[in-house]
Design a protein around this ligand. Structure first.
Ligand SMILES: Nc1ncnc2c1ncn2[C@@H]1O[C@H](COP(=O)(O)OP(=O)(O)OP(=O)(O)O)[C@@H](O)[C@H]1O
Ligand SMILES: [Mg+2]
Length: 364
């Protein structure tokens, strides 16, 4: 249910999922040199210097926990524990004991006095992952603990002081829960002092190559594995809804089909283009320096498989026409020089969706 920092400088605490269920050793740092990743790292360094609570937002598998670990590791609390807890994974009945500890006999089955997450993280940082999944009752108790910096074990009669930096993570940000009345506004203000957004992988495709290299080196420490040249282009055309975690899974599967240490495009098992939400714009592939004898190095545009490139260009132009014509398909089709039927077919094929508008959108 919770895990401690893999960093050797952290105190060891009881863990239940230090090695993830898939048995894969976790990455220890955020990899990537894209502008987005450099900006993220710069923000993390600044945030690490202060002790304020941080609310991290980002899609599933985008690296929120890794960002939280980096904030902890670069701050003054680095020599103390980092504890991560998935708030959505704890049964509500056990939550109070899990967070604040419990006295022996506090409930049936509480055979021993036990520390909670707050005590375990004392001096260090506590990451509340999927914090928006906390039930309202537990939100009240958490707020009290944060305000008073004291916790009371379940079944206990006295409070203990705890000194913990609170980091929290969610996919959509906490404001959404406040608007939906599922998240307390007062707790929101306590937790959301500093906001940090982790960009999805499809917005930093320039990181793909180094990410693949690092992941493959981690997955296959004995044998060097490389990607056949078209593989990177194929990956860059994929939207990665599951972000870096999905990339890890994909490469792990591809490793099983690698021949002589080379992953070929058909070993990737990428969902076919028709089933994937293609990217809105041609992907920002990392530019390579091409250096030939006697020539100064120059930057060259990456080569994409033609089908993928055409697909993306088509999608972009259709979207542009639709937006310009306020989703009036007839006018958009005229602009594009195709029939409305053809437009409808292509929109379906490319999974282009229209927003709900009051006017327009008629098949004229
Ligand atoms: N920039 C990155 N560099 C290297 N590995 C990364 C990066 N971002 C994510 N990962 C890896 O991807 C996986 C998911 O990362 P992490 O658990 O930090 O994501 P998350 O946003 O917390 O996911 P979830 O929403 O499921 O909680 C981990 O194995 C992590 O090591
Ligand atoms: Mg997480």
């Amino acid at each position: 249910m919770f895990s401690s920092s893999p960093s050797s400088s952290s105190r060891t605490v009881a863990v239940t999922d230090q090695i993830p269920a898939n048995g894969r050793p976790p990455a220890l740092q955020l990899i990537g040199n894209s502008a987005a990743m450099q900006a993220l790292r710069a923000q993390i360094s600044r945030i690490a210097r202060c002790g304020a609570p941080v609310a991290i937002r980002g899609e599933s598998g985008s690296g929120k926990e890794l960002a939280a670990r980096a904030i902890h590791a670069q701050g003054a609390r680095a020599g103390f524990p980092f504890i991560a807890v998935n708030c959505g994974a704890i049964p509500e009945a056990l939550m109070e004991a899990e967070f604040f500890g419990c006295r022996q006999g506090a409930y049936t089955g509480a055979l021993h006095e036990r520390q909670g997450l707050f005590q375990a993280a004392h001096g260090g940082s506590l990451l509340l992952d999927e914090v928006d999944d906390l039930p309202l009752g537990m939100q009240v108790k958490l707020l009290r603990a944060l305000q008073e910096r004291r916790v009371r074990k379940l079944g206990g009669s006295r409070d203990e002081a705890v000194d913990v930096r609170i980091l929290c993570a969610s996919q959509h940000g906490l404001a959404r829960g406040v608007a939906a009345a599922t998240f307390r506004r007062d707790l929101y203000y306590r937790l959301n002092v500093i906001e940090l957004a982790v960009p999805p992988l499809r917005e930093r495709l320039a990181d793909l190559e180094v990410l693949c290299e690092a992941i493959l080196a981690r997955l296959s420490p004995q044998q060097a594995v490389r990607l056949a040249p078209p593989v990177l282009a194929a990956l860059a055309g994929y939207a990665f809804p599951g972000n870096v975690r999905e990339l890890e899974n994909l490469l792990e599967r591809a490793l099983a089909f690698a021949d002589d240490g080379v992953i070929a495009p058909d070993g990737l098992g990428l969902p076919s283009l028709a089933g994937v939400t293609p990217l809105r714009a041609p992907p920002a592939m990392p530019e390579r320096q091409l250096s030939l004898p006697g020539m100064a190095p120059r930057s060259v545009a990456p080569v994409l498989p033609l089908a993928l490139y055409l697909c993306q260009a088509e999608r972009e132009m259709i979207t542009l026409a639709l937006v310009r014509e306020r989703y009036h398909r007839g006018r958009a089709a005229r602009q594009l020089g195709i029939s409305v039927r053809q437009l409808r077919y292509r929109m379906q094929k490319l999974t282009i969706q229209e927003p709900q508008l009051d006017d327009g959108m008629e098949d004229k």
